[in-house]
Design a binder for this molecule. Structure first.
Ligand code: DCP
Ligand code: MG
Length: 598
């Protein structure tokens, strides 16, 4: 199906209702709980047999005891019937409990597996995958598998067993009458076949429109700020109404098929009962069968249609589950992982020398974002990267952290290719303060330490003091234990940035990267941070990216990037003397400042 800009094309997968390959894979997850499955099937066979036993007991009660005025015999049968009912209730309890337990255990494992897998995927994958889709995998799709395991597959067994038992009872009582009941089955199959086909298509469009509704909601709410700012509420409401209308229409259409199907089944079942009364009644009048047999048959016929009607519902569960599992496996099969080396190089201590050697890199395989980048930052020195928006500055950092893999060239840390270092080890030595600060649910303290138990409270306070946010934190009602709500919505941009600054410092890294780290703090705070970091940068390697050139004047080396290429590099003084790009940039900002002051 065409992806109509909603990013939901993979949600449209609607494969076969039963796919043995998928099922085989799914069963891998059931395997650890094979005992539960065996137990559940056993209980199912028992439950399935108990239901059809009742009409048989009733037949005996009528023919053997009521007809023969045997009161004591009748009492015995009633007691047996009562015992059967109680037994059935108890078995049903265990059945429900164990199948649900098994289902929950299976999807618990599956959720962990999916989450772990998603976490390890490369950022390249996330660049092109909507978050909503990944959330759906862990929630909705996993839930539909739960339905399959807890009510779908196992009750299919029970339905089949019930039908078999009914057949056995019917044919052993009166095979001619059994054939009369069966005469409506071809019609039933035909109705079911038509229904399945229609429902399948309806289901597909329901899903499509639901995904549309979801992604619209998601986008709308995350952009609510812009919507309200531009007073777009009315227009958005109109758009939502259109989407909502479509969704309602396809739902009504799908309900129509159900509304048709169930009365048809009901009609066929009543027809079968009528046939039994007509044909069986005639036989009874002639004395060919007893009244007990006739009544038992009427009950069997009614009983017989229930599992068949349920089977078509099971079919839907099966189909949904197959589609869900296909999507889940597709995600689990995604191999966009940045590999760790087989024999990783271990570091006791990192000096922090960084070398880029003829590095070429692209996000999309099409255009190179970085071309032939080469530079060296000696250990303990500070390098600055400057360049226009979109020049590729952040990309250099992404590569150094191995968030993305480069196409050509090498990146060396202390002379070792970073592909020969475990990602965890590499990133342990690098701290990063980013353009967009991300805070997590938790306290201010946990946002600084990221719940690392090795980091003590003293160190957290110390880091906060250095970046100058300590006093602010103390002014909060709960100080360092203040809850951070919804990604830090109650904090200002600058406050968030300072917290992330403290986070970077508290990890005491050998390499510190500041990507526009001071872009949203005021000039005074920026100066304070600069002073503090100057001390901190001693004996560490640092990369500083900043638009305000005044902040990087003191860097040991300034690298000027333009459209993915290094155009100049050197110290502030050297670059000014060159009177080229950096010189022009500096002049521009300098003049701007002067104008601003005037
Ligand atoms: N890009 C991309 N996919 C990403 C990130 C970036 O295709 N996930 C593109 C957008 C830019 C180019 O790569 O054209 C360089 O992006 P950078 O983030 O490296 O740019 P800068 O950091 O230099 O820009 P800014 O100053 O705006 O932060
Ligand atoms: Mg950037």
């Amino acid at each position: 199906m065409r992806n109509r800009g909603f990013g939901i094309s993979s949600d449209e997968i609607l494969g076969k209702a039963y796919d043995s390959k998928l099922m085989k894979r799914l069963l891998q997850y059931v395997k650890p709980y094979a005992k539960y499955v065996a137990f559940a099937i056993l209980l199912n066979v028992v439950v399935a047999g108990l239901g059809p036993l009742r009409p048989y007991l009733m037949k005996i009660a009528i023919d053997e005891h009521i007809a023969k005025h045997d009161y004591n015999g009748l009492l015995n049968i009633v007691l047996i019937l009562f015992a059967v009912l109680i037994f059935q209730a108890v078995v049903r309890y265990f059945l429900t409990y164990f199948t649900q337990l098994m289902g929950q255990k299976i999807i618990y494992d599956l959720r962990i597996k999916i989450f772990a897998h998603i976490q390890n995927l490369s950022l390249k994958f996330f660049d092109k995958t909507p978050i909503g889709r990944l959330v759906t995998r862990v929630t909705n799709d996993v839930e539909s598998l739960n339905q399959l395991f807890s009510s779908g597959i196992i009750t299919i067994f029970s339905d089949v067993f019930i039908i078999i038992w009914i057949f056995i009872f019917m044919f052993s009582m009166a095979w001619e009458l059994a054939l009369v009941t069966l005469s409506v089955i071809p019609f039933l199959f035909y109705a079911t076949f038509l229904f399945r086909k229609k429902v399948r298509n309806a289901y597909r469009s329901v899903r499509f429109h639901l995904a549309r509704l979801n992604s619209y909601m998601q986008e709308h709410i995350s952009g609510i700020y812009i919507v309200q700012l531009f007073t777009k509420e009315k227009a958005e409401e109109k758009k939502f109404k259109a989407i909502n209308d479509d969704y309602k229409d396809v739902n009504i259409k799908s309900i129509f098929y159900y509304a048709m199907f169930f009365p048809v089944v009901e009609f066929l079942s009543s027809t079968a009962v009528a046939l039994i009364i007509w044909y069986g009644g005639g036989e009874a009048v002639q004395g060919a069968i007893t009244i007990g047999v006739l009544l038992a048959f009427i009950q069997y016929t009614e009983m017989f249609f229930r599992p068949i009607r349920d089977l078509s519902e099971k079919y839907n569960i099966l189909q949904t589950a197959m589609a869900s599992s296909e999507r889940i496996f597709k995600l689990l099969d995604t191999k966009e992982i940045i590999p760790d080396p087989e024999n990783p190089k271990k570091f006791d201590k990192v000096a922090g020398e960084i070398i880029f050697k003829n590095v070429w890199f692209s996000y999309t395989e099409k255009d190179y974002v970085l071309r032939d980048i080469s530079f060296k930052i000696e250990s303990g020195k500070t390098a600055a990267i400057v360049g226009a928006t979109g020049a590729g500055k952040t990309s250099v950092i992404n590569i150094l952290n191995r968030f993305y893999e480069i196409e050509k060239g090498t990146v060396l840390l202390d002379g070792v290719d970073i592909r020969k270092i475990k990602k965890e080890e590499l990133r342990k030595h690098i701290s990063l303060v980013l353009q967009d600060v991300l805070l997590f649910a938790g306290t201010i303290k946990s946002n600084i330490s990221l719940n690392n138990p090795a980091i003590g409270d003293d160190e957290i306070v110390e880091a906060a003091k250095i970046v100058g946010i300590h006093d602010f934190i103390l002014s909060l009602p709960n100080g360092y234990d203040e809850e951070v709500k919804e990604k830090g919505a109650t904090l200002s941009g600058g406050q968030k940035q300072l917290i992330s600054f403290a986070r970077a410092l508290v990890y005491n890294p050998q390499i510190l990267i500041l990507d526009e780290a001071t872009s949203s703090v005021d000039t005074e705070t920026e100066m304070l941070i600069q002073k503090a970091t100057r001390n901190l940068l001693k004996n560490r390697t640092a990369i500083v990216i900043a638009h305000r050139l005044s902040t990087i004047k003191n860097a040991d080396k300034i690298i000027v990037i333009h459209r993915g290429e290094i155009r100049e590099s050197g110290s502030h003084r050297e670059l000014l003397a060159k009177k080229d790009i950096y010189f022009k940039l500096y002049q521009l900002q300098y003049k701007e400042q002067e104008n601003f002051i005037l």
